[in-house]
Design a protein around this ligand. Structure first.
Ligand SMILES: NC(=O)c1ccc[n+]([C@@H]2O[C@H](COP(=O)([O-])OP(=O)(O)OC[C@H]3O[C@@H](n4cnc5c(N)ncnc54)[C@H](OP(=O)(O)O)[C@@H]3O)[C@@H](O)[C@H]2O)c1
Length: 316
């Protein structure tokens, strides 16, 4: 039997990378093997991946040598950064640079870089529709990823730029789920007006990434976007109402109000939603669910995701 092509997966114990590792391990005949990168090979999550059949290797995106060791002998790598762990656009750039350098040193044949738009291409810093943050960003966690795209192409890497979408899992883990208002009614709060928000089940991102690796050279040098569905706040509220069996409203707030909520990252997320709202065609256009389904035939709709996950959504 031919040797399997190893995919080194950064963030393997997390949302995007975890989905990819499980997708690879669930497809025994694909010819691919999963190498799960983690900072702690002894954690419960890492051990669970080993038990499923992944090779678990220690690496930290801040440590170039550890990445070089972890990428050695692999066919490809899935590269993702962890903005919400450090809130630093500069660290995003440094991590991306380390992954690109390690990919080059290992001579990888296919790299997927999990990126997002540099929103400053559409909203220059001089544009006062939204505040400039940290001195030189509009949406720091987007801009830093988009800005890092060139480090992969400058090194001549065989890279696919993957534009991800809002995880519906944010309704479980990111404090964005339905909350009771002063009137006692549940509502989801988003500054999206009547515009559509491309969303996806986090687990489906890795499955789509696996679909990209399986298609060989087809998407090398290309930017591809994925989403499970594009839905307005009102449509998501209606789906919540149906799934939870109690009314959930859509609380549309101005982006300024969202930015003022005060939780860590509120201004960044307020600008992000405003970008998605005000440049809705730019944002939705490259993220077509039909295309994502061609990569991942089990792509979930929001209703399907809710049916699986509604009991995990904290209803404060
Ligand atoms: N939430 C959304 O809607 C959304 C949408 C699109 C894009 N994103 C982007 O997704 C990115 C995060 O990806 P994710 O959600 O898959 O992450 P995640 O679920 O938070 O998981 C991150 C995993 O990466 C590992 N990790 C953390 N720091 C590391 C480091 N320095 N070196 C190596 N591994 C490290 C951790 O594993 P160990 O502890 O095992 O090392 C952790 O389990 C963010 O940059 C965010 O901007 C998020």
């Amino acid at each position: 039997m031919a040797e399997k092509k190893i995919i080194a997966v950064v963030g393997a114990t997390g949302a995007q990378g975890g989905g990819l590792v499980r997708a690879i391990l669930n497809d025994k005949s694909s010819g691919f093997a999963a190498r799960a990168l983690t900072r702690d090979a002894n954690s419960d999550k890492a051990k669970a991946l080993a038990k499923l059949g992944a090779e678990v290797v220690a690496a930290d995106v801040a440590d170039l040598e550890s990445l070089q060791r972890a990428f050695q002998g692999a066919y490809g790598a899935y590269c993702v950064t962890f903005f919400w762990n450090h809130f630093s656009p500069e660290k995003e750039g440094a991590s991306a640079t380390n992954m690109a350098k390690a990919a080059k040193a290992a001579g990888l044949q296919h790299v997927i870089w999990s990126t997002l738009e540099d929103t400053r291409k559409w909203v220059p810093l001089s544009d006062n529709r939204m505040p400039t943050l940290m001195g030189k960003y509009k949406v720091p966690h987007f801009d830093a990823k988009g800005e890092a795209d060139h480090v992969f192409s400058d090194l001549g890497l065989p890279v696919t730029f993957l534009l991800t979408s809002f995880y519906w899992d944010n309704f479980i883990y990111f404090g964005m789920g339905p909350k009771k208002g002063p009137d006692g009614k549940l509502a989801i709060t988003l500054p999206m007006g009547d515009k559509k928000l491309p969303g996806i089940a986090a687990e489906d991102i890795g499955r789509c990434a696996f679909g990209i690796f399986k298609r060989g050279r087809e998407f090398i040098g290309k930017t591809v976007g994925i989403a499970g569905e594009h839905l307005t706040g009102a449509q998501m509220a209606a789906a919540f109402t149906q799934a939870l069996g109690q009314e959930v409203r859509y609380n549309d707030v101005p982006a300024d109000v969202y930015r003022s909520f005060g939780f860590p990252g509120a201004a960044d997320l307020g600008n992000m939603f405003q970008f998605k709202r005000d440049f809705n065609d730019v944002f939705c256009g490259p993220r077509q669910p039909d295309f994502a389904r061609s990569l991942n035939p089990v792509l979930q709709t929001f209703d399907a995701w809710l049916a699986q996950n509604k009991s995990r959504i904290p209803l404060a």
